[in-house]
Design a protein around this ligand. Structure first.
Ligand code: NAD
Ligand code: 89Y
Length: 343
């Protein structure tokens, strides 16, 4: 089968990773790019040798010549661009956060379903090597049935220099980063029935919350904590590692800083290294995220080729996005939020 041809919209900070990864993906190539900022369009077009360039997405869709679109813009344009893709019967990948509101996200899923086009959210953190290793160990039964978990991301890394818009929104860490941690909690322990959250803003220079602590009740009866912070000052900076603790009926699993995995089960203690690869185009400390970008884009390409559903489809992501909205609602009201009622 001939390779799939893709279009990428949004040639900003993170799209560089996506463009590098597309070069490594087997079965797809980016043949056209779009950015409303001509300077970004030129930088990315020249760096990756893409001749077809547009400053207007509607004109690009009108001209066509591609099999899917990769939307790498910030959230403000996601709904309009996904709707444009559906109107042109074009399968679409959309970056996180999927939408501004859960209602928008539901409409985007519905419009793609009506058009019969696949829609995947670029929810890449669950594709990180250490997270996949944790899932595989759990599935092997090594710690029995998990009844408790903690998914933790606590950092003092300056994310604002590369992504200045993160300092400007009324919402920050849950919408930007906690969204990934909540998705990992779902991926590892299953869907969530209710949630309680508390937030804080510690950094006076930003508008949104930079600390959140979230208590989750999972459908399988497990309880977990998702705790995220960009206001912490650990002695050794862990960015961008997610640390995991799981307690099960037969043992415990710990994913600790430095990608160290320790499993204590009926057969004793086993320690292993779940470090991500440093891809040729990657740079530390981002290499963990960069490797997961390649993994999710390969997954999209494989599923588009065989007609299968992606694991982070738009429909799946509604269940993660609902946790984001519920966390903000709970932090405001002080009460637990029923997730089923939101979906
Ligand atoms: P950015 O502002 O650097 O880049 C966005 C680009 O999109 C800009 O060049 C802008 O001109 C362009 N753009 C915006 N609207 C457009 C439109 N309607 N048509 C054409 N071009 C348009 O942002 P970024 O930091 O690259 O982030 C992009 C998205 O990636 C965000 O949603 C962010 O949350 C997400 N992100 C994801 C990860 C991850 O690991 N999944 C990591 C970082 C950022
Ligand atoms: O935007 C965020 C993301 O998705 O991963 C890390 C990040 O770049 C900063 O929090």
């Amino acid at each position: 089968m001939a390779g799939l041809k893709g279009a990428l919209i949004g040639c900003g900070f993170f799209a560089i990773n996506q463009m590098h990864a597309w070069k490594d993906v087997k079965g797809a190539d980016i043949v056209v790019i779009c950015d409303r900022d001509p300077e970004r369009l030129k930088i990315v077009g020249d760096q990756f040798g893409i001749e077809r360039r547009y400053t207007d997405a509607a004109t690009m869709f009108g001209d066509g010549g591609f099999d899917f679109v990769d939307i790498a813009t910030t959230v403000q344009s996601h709904r309009a661009l996904v709707e444009m893709a559906a109107a042109h019967k074009t399968p679409a990948i959309c970056q996180k956060p999927f939408a501004k509101t859960l209602n928008d996200a539901k409409s985007m899923v519905a419009v793609c379903a009506q058009a019969g086009v696949p829609l995947m959210v670029h929810e890449n953190f669950r594709w990180q090597t250490p997270i996949q290793v944790v899932k595989a160990i759990l599935q092997s039964g090594a710690i029995g049935e998990p009844f408790w978990g903690r998914f933790s991301f606590r950092s003092g890394y300056d994310v604002f220099s590369g992504q200045p818009y993160l300092a400007e929104g009324a919402r920050f860490i849950i919408e930007d980063l906690g969204i990934h941690t909540l998705d990992i909690a779902r991926f590892i322990l299953g869907d969530v029935t209710s949630l309680t959250a508390r937030t804080k803003r510690v950094n006076p220079k930003i508008k949104g919350e930079d600390v959140a602590t979230i208590l989750l009740d999972h459908e399988n009866g497990a309880t977990s904590i998702v705790d995220v912070s960009y206001a912490s000052k650990p002695a050794v900076e862990p960015f961008p590692e997610t640390l995991i603790e799981l307690d099960g009926t037969k043992g415990t699993l710990r994913l600790s800083q430095g990608y160290r995995i320790e499993v204590n089960g009926p057969d004793g203690i086993a320690v292993s290294d779940a470090s991500p690869q440093l891809l040729p185009w990657a740079s530390r400390p981002w290499h963990n995220i960069q490797e997961s970008v390649l993994a999710i884009q390969q997954h999209w390409t494989d599923r588009l080729a065989d007609g299968g559903e992606t694991t982070t489809s738009g429909a799946d992501n509604l269940k993660t996005f609902a946790l984001v909205e519920a966390a903000y609602e709970s932090a405001t009201s002080g009460r637990a939020v029923d997730i089923g009622a939101m979906l």
